[in-house]
Design a binder for this molecule. Sequence first.
Ligand SMILES: NC(=O)c1ccc[n+]([C@@H]2O[C@H](COP(=O)([O-])OP(=O)(O)OC[C@H]3O[C@@H](n4cnc5c(N)ncnc54)[C@H](O)[C@@H]3O)[C@@H](O)[C@H]2O)c1
Length: 341
Amino acid sequence: MTHTAKDPILLTGGAGFIGSHTYVALIEAGYRVVILDDFSNSHRDVIDRLSRLTGRPVEYIEGNVLDRQLLNQVFAERRFDAVIHFAARKDVGASTEIPLQYYETNVSGLVNVLQAMSTAGLFRLVFSSSCSIYGEPARLPVAEDAPRSFKSPYGHTKLICEQILEHAAASDPRWQIGMLRYFNPAGCHPSGMIGEKSLGNSRTLMEILARTGTGELPHVPIFGHDYDTHDGTAIRDYIHVCDVADGHVLCLDHLDGGQSPLVLNLGTGQGQSVLDVISAYSRAVGRELPHLFAPRREGDVSATYADVTVARELIGFEAKRSVDEMCESNWSWICNARGIG
Ligand SMILES: NC(=O)c1ccc[n+]([C@@H]2O[C@H](COP(=O)([O-])OP(=O)(O)OC[C@H]3O[C@@H](n4cnc5c(N)ncnc54)[C@H](O)[C@@H]3O)[C@@H](O)[C@H]2O)c1
């Protein structure tokens, strides 16, 4: 599909992990893009890396989505075709320690963006939601109409944001809203030039694997090996971040005045166990990464993976990249970032 956007797309949080990959996908699809980011969880040199990757200068605004005056100014000064709102705090563990900051950034940030957009007469928005809004899914694969719940303040912020977007869409038919529920984005651009900034506390499996690969951690802890899964370890739907990025381009192309909000799972539809991913990462590193079984963590669900039928039927989305590609690209990003060669 060719797009018809005359004006650029604004990416809040566009210097972050998913935002920077979406930036590349949008440029490759022929869109013009402007990034708005406060760099609270991204490195400033991402801008230079994006410029080298795409072969053109990157337009960006340094700013905070909590700054309403700035947002009003940004939308008053130029026209945008749509906004993709990535900017948020995303560390589930930290959200239990500093919940108010999570509600402020994630919920107030969205409200600010919506208000500034509507003041400027702009009503096309794609929002980063999460499979965390399914809580402990009762049925697998998880479809978009599964009951919503949450297990952390972070998950609660995403649920509240979805509800805010539903109310906005119901109040004014001009709103064309896409809500993309990402499962477990992982990997990075095959160049290894952009990737995920470490949160520094090894909470995600990819980060633990990377740090075990570099020798910083002695082994990969596996929390729970008595789950009702093919090898006893927990199952998640890991999706390559470049597939997630492509999903945003497709979603934008389909925000055409039809169903709003358009609610879509972005996953592969396949579950991978912790042991499956350790094997793939070991292949990428070139040696067997040691692991150690530990007790289950409270709050972890045994298995979750997406039903991707709706995303396939409504926007033609299909994840194309493999778990091996996720692990290889992540390892090459880590090696580049740390000068391992
Ligand atoms: N990565 C995942 O596993 C995952 C899964 C589901 C949903 N999400 C959601 O997707 C979105 C993007 O996630 P990500 O992994 O790219 O996160 P990220 O932290 O890498 O990127 C977020 C970006 O937003 C910026 N930012 C944060 N607060 C800001 C503020 N107040 N004003 C302006 N910029 C701000 C950060 O500097 C960062 O560059 C988030 O909304 C996140 O909740 C992520």
